[in-house]
Design a protein. Structure first.
Length: 205
């Protein structure tokens, strides 16, 4: 009877131990399954992130390439811009300003009706006008020369229109200034003639 009890106790302990090991084994399997699932989720997430990053990177590089191509294209000047009529007109006005301004200044310098300070003033006016017109030509050269400015054809044409307006205004100012100065010289000539006549009438030398 005692032996039977010992055997039953041993079998009970053995079964209990096996039951605990089975439970632990099942628990470990469940943990491994959960870990495997977590790893799979992490892998999937990384792949999505990696694909997303690469997609964004490719798009970004593509946009940059398009942006660079666009900017480089703006450095080119089309024949339509270079052959724009106002380009030649601006240069023509520049030549007129230089020639007519120089001729008028030489004429005024040779006129005894103007004092030395007045001649200096006239010289400064013509010098400033010439500098402004030369700046217009420099700006024009920048606009119609490839590789200088990043501008569309429409922007270049508008810039040329603005330079044309400026140089027309400068040429108009030159004409008005020359005319007013010439009129002043004639008035002084008349005043001097009147004075000379009065002196002659009154016998004053």
């Amino acid at each position: 009877m005692k032996k039977l009890y010992i055997i039953l106790l041993f079998c009970s302990n053995l079964c209990f131990g096996q039951s605990q090991e089975a439970k632990q084994l099942l628990l470990n399997i469940e943990k491994l399954t959960q870990l495997k699932l977590m790893l799979q989720h992490m892998k999937d997430g990384y792949q999505i992130l990696s694909k997303g990053y690469n997609s964004i990177k490719n798009i970004s590089q593509g946009n940059f390439s398009l942006h660079k191509d666009f900017l480089d294209g703006l450095l080119q000047v089309s024949p339509a811009v270079r052959k724009y009529k106002k380009v030649a007109d601006i240069i023509s006005f520049q030549v007129k300003i230089v020639k007519e301004g120089k001729a008028a200044l030489n004429e005024f310098k040779g006129n005894k009706r103007f004092t030395a300070p007045e001649i200096e003033y006239l010289s400064n006016v013509f010098a400033n006008l010439l500098n402004e017109s030369v700046q217009n030509i420099d700006d024009l050269a920048m606009i119609i020369t490839a590789g200088k400015l990043r501008m569309s054809d429409n922007e270049r044409l508008k810039a040329i229109d603005k330079l044309y307006e400026d140089i027309v205004d400068q040429y108009s100012f030159l004409n008005e200034f020359n005319n007013s100065t010439a009129i002043l010289a004639l008035q002084r000539d008349k005043e001097q003639m009147d004075i000379d006549l009065m002196r002659k009438v009154h016998g004053v030398k």
